[in-house]
Design a protein around this ligand. Structure first.
Ligand SMILES: [Zn+2]
Length: 154
């Protein structure tokens, strides 16, 4: 196992997405301007030690690419937040609907109980009225018989 292969894989793993803050060597990054024919005046991030030791592998990143990645990351984050908000809203709606159903069930149950109680009261009231009527007719018969008898005896 050679040192260069293990160190290069370590560097690859450290590839940063978005705007880098530090080089993986620990140094702060500086922005430089490219003077090559392929990328004239294109700006990039590099630590100063990398400019002195060109053979070593240090972080290199084009600023325009970093900014584009950063924008995409923010967009993804916003999308995630919007999705989370939608999920939360749906959860709240489902909870609200459930509570509403529970309330409706309770109302229905109470209505049923009230009706049952009213029916029971009505039945006992009817029985009471019937009993009174029955008693009064018995009383009337008794009075009639008493009157007849007293007339007979008179
Ligand atoms: Zn460095």
């Amino acid at each position: 196992m050679s040192i260069s292969s293990s160190s290069s894989s370590r560097f690859n793993r450290r590839q940063v997405t978005g705007v880098p803050t530090r080089c993986w060597c620990g140094r702060k990054l500086t922005t430089f301007c490219s003077q090559t024919d392929e990328n004239p005046f294109r700006r990039f991030y590099r630590c100063e030690i990398a400019m002195q030791r060109k053979t070593e592998k240090h972080l290199f990143k084009w600023i325009d690419e970093a900014l584009l990645e950063e924008t995409r990351m923010v967009d993804a984050k916003v999308k995630r937040l919007v999705d989370e908000m939608k999920e939360l809203k749906n959860e709240m709606l489902a909870k609200f609907e459930h509570q509403q159903k529970v309330l409706l069930d309770m109302e229905e149950m109470m209505n049923e109980k009230t009706n049952e109680m009213m029916m029971a009261n009505a039945t006992s009231f009817e029985e009471m009225v019937n009993a009174t009527i029955e008693n009064s007719s018995e009383f009337r018969i008794m009075m009639f018989q008493f009157a007849k008898r007293s007339k007979y005896f008179n």
